[in-house]
Ligand binder design. Structure first.
Ligand code: GLV
Ligand code: GLV
Length: 322
């Protein structure tokens, strides 16, 4: 008996092979583009398993289109704000994701953006390429270092903690964090203090967003918040574009209320090439590549395949979102 599985994009090489070895009746979008909505809705009809991307909207319409046989949706991401979890629960569909394996990759990229934003990397590259680099100058492109500074982490989950550990070794002196609850043990391991959101944004030199996008974090970074930050503050977002009120960020950067921003996530994605943020020298933008290492992405693909195999065999998902 065939088990229909929808996979909305090609996976990396070894996980794609693993997928093809399962003997599923596989519906997979064959092009190097995300699966158009209608193809997604048509493709999921009668499916028992789905592997989706964070760019696919897994909402009520999707579950309705799938029908009653759907057992599992596994997303190639740690974030799950694109999935209607209530609807999944109602339909008794298990949800799988890929925690842990992308923590290091994403934490590395967060550090990269902190450095890039703090050290004028965008202006530096532009100056090299445009010929504006005429000579060595003592006061040119001077930024900020980590030593002695305060790091504020919004969302002290696996990724936030990995960022904190990295930046501690770069000389960060004080770590504060905000999130749903205080995390036991972080005082001992990181000397990190749980604070209010207000205290975090007021006191931190580096503010990094590593949180999930939820009702609690939606647009928490708005103009008024940026206004409260230090003038030398560096804001980095590797979470979701939705945690930022982007017009507020544009204004704050234009008015130099904060020093610079580094963004791996925006609203929308992709950000239109004529967007104001691209024109700002003090804003470095990357195209949502936090987890984009070969190691992480191969493992993420394998985890999705393993989740679907387990669910279709009536077993517990090895990587289930609960
Ligand atoms: C990437 O943004 C992820 O959620 O894995
Ligand atoms: C998710 O955001 C994590 O920290 O792993």
């Amino acid at each position: 008996i065939f088990q229909k599985v929808l996979v909305t994009r090609k996976l990396l090489k070894t996980s794609q092979q693993r997928l093809e070895q399962q003997g599923f009746d596989l519906v997979q979008w064959p092009h190097d583009s995300s699966m158009p909505r209608q193809a997604l809705l048509d493709g999921v009809k009668g499916a028992q398993g789905v592997i989706c991307m964070l760019s696919d909207n897994i909402d009520k319409e999707f579950f309705d289109a799938a029908g009653p046989h759907l057992k599992v949706v596994s997303t190639l991401s740690v974030g799950y704000d694109h999935i209607d979890l209530n609807q999944a629960r109602q339909n008794r569909v298990k949800v799988g994701y890929t925690p842990d394996v992308l923590t290091d990759a994403t934490a590395d990229l967060t550090v990269l953006l902190c450095l890039a934003a703090a050290r004028h990397m965008k202006s530096g590259i532009r100056a090299c390429e445009s010929g504006e680099w005429r000579e060595w100058r003592p006061d040119w492109l001077c930024g900020y270092q980590f030593k002695g500074k305060t790091l504020g982490v919004v969302g002290m989950g696996r990724i936030g903690q990995a960022v904190a550990h990295r930046l501690k070794s770069f000389g960060i002196e004080r770590i504060v964090y905000w999130g749903r609850n205080e995390k036991p043990g972080l005082k001992e391991t990181l000397n990190a203090d749980f604070t209010s959101f207000d205290q975090l944004v007021t006191e931190s030199d580096f503010v990094v967003a590593c949180c999930a996008l939820t009702d609690d974090t939606k647009q928490v970074f708005n103009y008024d918040v940026f206004k409260k930050m230090k003038k030398n503050a560096i804001f980095v977002n590797t979470a979701r574009g939705g945690v930022v009120n982007q017009d507020g960020l544009v204004r704050a950067l234009e008015e130099k209320l904060i020093a610079a921003a580094g963004l791996d996530v925006t609203t929308p994605e992709p950000l239109p090439t004529d967007h104001k943020l691209f024109k700002l020298d003090n804003c470095v933008i990357l195209p949502h590549i936090g987890s984009a290492t070969i190691e992480a992405r191969e493992t993420m693909g394998d985890m999705c395949v393993d989740n679907v195999v387990a669910a279709l065999n009536g077993k517990e998902l090895p990587f289930e979102l609960k």
